[in-house]
Structures are given as C-alpha cells and as structure tokens.
Design a protein around this ligand. Structure first.
Ligand code: GAR
Length: 210
C-alpha cells in the first residue's frame, strides 16, 4: 500500500525531484498526491506538472497565517494525505496544521541541527567556518527547526571548496537523506520518544539473521 504524501515547497524543488525520481524508480512506496507551493513562480510546480502530479499554488501573500494554513489543510484533507513533507518550504507552520497532522509532518534542513536553524543554513554554516556540516530531517513542531531528529547526513568541508561546491555537495546529500527518512516513515519504523526518534530494525534484514 502506497502512502499518500503531499510535498510542500517554495522554490526550485530539487528535493522534490529526488522524491519523484525515487517514486518513479519504484524505490519509494508513496503516492505523491500533490505538490503545494506558497509561491506561484516556484520551479518545483513545473517539475510536478511535468510528472503528472497535481501542482497547487496556495499563496500566502496578503493572508493571515491561520487563513493560509486553513487553505492548506483543506487541500491536504481533500486529497487524503497521510504524510506532509516540507522540501524547501520556507515558512513556519502553525498550531492548527501541526495539530491536525501531528507526528506526520517532516522537514529537511540544510545544516546539522541544532546548529544554524532558519532560512540560510548553507550560508550560515559556511560563513561560520565549520569543518563539517550536513543536513537534518526532523519531525516538525511549532519551533523553528526544533523538532525531533530522524536522520542526519554529513557534509565535510573540503580544503578547496567554494561556497557553491559546498552547497551543491550538500544538496546531493539531502537528495539521499530525505527519501530515506520518508522510506522509514512509510515502513512504520519511526517512533518518537521525547526528543529522540527511535528507528526500528529493518524486518527484511532481521529475517535474514540466523
Ligand atoms: C534545501 O537546501 C532545503 O534543505 C532548504 O531549502 C533548500 C530547498 O532546495 N530548506 C530550508 O532551508 C528550510 N529551512 P530545493 O527547493 O532545491 O529542494
């Protein structure tokens, strides 16, 4: 049974593309019900359309947060969404949506949380001069990038890196870590215990053990 998933974006949608590619390759057991953007010109909407996925713009412009989120919840409910994936969605989510989809919203952040939360993870880590950075997939709560961590991927800074090479390598790591977290969620292998996310062993691997 394929998990019905909505992907929320605000921009380019390269993470969305990674999810689409793995879904089409049969390595991610999900049905992407819709892609929702708060920006009409987000390139990710075009990526969705190209793959026959419903691309919905719900602009946040001129709306109170509650009103904007009510529209998103209506869309998610109407499409029977089980999991909401934030893939470059650049707005904080509020109480109503998170209460309705409790434990069912995950986000990818381009730094090793709790370092460098917010909208400029790559820039902040690079400008700070870190030797190791990476990305974090976490459950979403009402804070800014504060929810329990599911997976992290590591991006060591190379001596000859430029900001752009650092960011590009980081993005390619994101494109692996986010689908993997979705896979774990869909397999029912994630359990939140306080701040910790417990990952159950892969039943296929356990079955191979003697
Ligand atoms: C990604 O680096 C993602 O981690 C980041 O936005 C980028 C979106 O790229 N998200 C955040 O910073 C959220 N705080 P994409 O549109 O090409 O997937």
């Amino acid at each position: 049974m394929k998990t019905p998933v909505a992907v929320l974006i605000s921009g380019s949608g390269s993470n969305l593309q990674a999810i689409i590619d793995q879904t089409e390759a049969g390595t991610l057991p999900i049905n992407i019900c819709c892609v929702i953007s708060n920006k009409a010109d987000a390139f990710g909407l075009e990526r969705a359309r190209k793959h026959g996925i419903a691309a919905v713009c719900i602009t946040s412009k001129g709306k109170a947060r509650e009103e904007h989120e009510r529209e998103i919840v209506d869309e998610l409910d109407a499409r029977g969404v089980e999991l909401v994936v934030l893939a470059g969605y650049m707005r904080l989510l509020g109480h109503d949506l998170l209460e309705r989809y409790k434990g069912r919203v995950i986000n990818i952040h381009p730094a090793l949380l709790p370092s460098f939360p917010g909208s400029h993870g790559y820039e902040d880590a690079w400008n700070y001069g870190v030797k190791v950075s990476g990305c974090t997939v976490h459950f979403v709560d009402e804070g800014c990038d504060t929810g329990p961590i599911i997976l992290q991927g590591v991006n060591p800074v190379e001596p000859d890196d430029t900001f752009e090479s650092f960011r590009q390598r980081g993005l390619s790591i994101e494109h692996k870590v986010l689908p993997e977290a979705i896979r774990l969620y869909c397999a029912g292998r994630l359990r939140i215990e306080g701040r910790r996310v417990m990952i159950a062993p892969d039943p296929a691997e356990s079955a191979g053990e003697v």
